[in-house]
Design a protein around this ligand. Structure first.
Ligand code: ATP
Length: 258
């Protein structure tokens, strides 16, 4: 027990940013952002519209090149690394590779996603039966994400929430160290929100999750750390109780839930 607690109390930072900034033609969208994302923790990036959350995601995944600052992934400086290499190193954004094909079944979708980490290039002209050897791993992921009963359903026939879970499954096929989720609860009904929140919590047991999320009750429920952005700068950080009590955060969110 003591050993378990000791392990849990020593966070391992897998992704960090220091002094991160990005200007667009003289307009500063992100400035001086420091971020530490830890293994087996869920970190939320929140803030009002236009605060710079998407820009930070684009900087971390290297879709955008920072104007200032440094980004480190698993101890390696990735400030000047190309996005495809960053993804291969283990930093994966949900929509980036979540190719969910509506006419394929849940299992076929996961198998297509599994081709890449197994060193097979995506060869759409091959019959799907050529991917049979990926069945075991696909079924394991499907089981883990609670999709077993939908395994042979076409993706198009899934509920909206299950489609998002299938997207997460295709992302997990790459076995990322850090998973970036951009508003995973967007457009979902309450029942699906609870289901997807539970899945994200399970997924984070083995990796770091950084998510942008507007649903603050989800942030309060499942996120260990919260970083609040406003006008491109961090105005508060800590657990949800700490940041939601912060007067600057309350002012930034005036009129909303915080
Ligand atoms: N390519 C761009 N060119 C110019 N300005 C941009 C560009 N991308 C973002 N911005 C500006 O940077 C600021 C931050 O935008 P960003 O999309 O990162 O915010 P956000 O917090 O993700 O907002 P939302 O919650 O509405 O998605 C905004 O003022 C936006 O207009």
């Amino acid at each position: 027990m003591a050993a378990t607690l000791a392990t849990q109390s020593q966070p391992r930072v897998v992704l960090s940013a220091r002094g991160l900034g990005r200007d667009f033609a003289g307009f500063t969208a992100v400035n001086n952002v420091d971020l530490d994302v830890e293994h087996a923790r869920i970190h939320a990036l929140i803030g009002p519209n236009g605060a710079g959350k998407t820009t930070v995601f684009n900087l971390l995944t290297k879709f955008l090149q920072p104007t200032r600052g440094q980004i480190t992934l698993l101890g390696q400086d990735i400030t000047n690394t190309r996005p495809d290499k960053v993804a291969r190193m283990g930093l994966v954004r949900s929509f980036q590779i979540s190719a969910v094909f509506p006419h394929l079944t849940v299992r076929e979708n996961v198998k297509v996603a599994l081709q890449r980490p197994n060193g097979l290039s995506t060869q759409f002209w091959l019959p799907l039966s050529a991917l049979d050897r990926l069945d075991a791993r696909a079924d394991q992921l499907i089981e883990q994400l609670g999709l077993a009963q939908y395994r042979d359903h076409r993706a198009a026939d899934l509920s909206y929430g299950r489609k998002r879970v299938l997207e997460i499954a295709t992302t997990l096929a790459l076995d990322p160290e850090v998973l970036l989720l951009d508003e995973p609860m967007a457009g979902m009904g309450q029942e699906d929100v609870a289901m997807v929140a539970g899945i994200i919590r399970d997924v984070a047991a083995e990796r770091a999750v950084l998510m942008v999320e507007h649903n603050l009750s989800v942030v309060a429920d499942i996120c260990h750390h919260v970083t609040v952005l406003q006008r491109g700068e961090i105005i508060a950080r800590g657990d949800y109780a700490t940041v939601s009590a912060d007067p600057r955060v309350r002012t930034a969110y005036m009129g909303s839930e915080a």
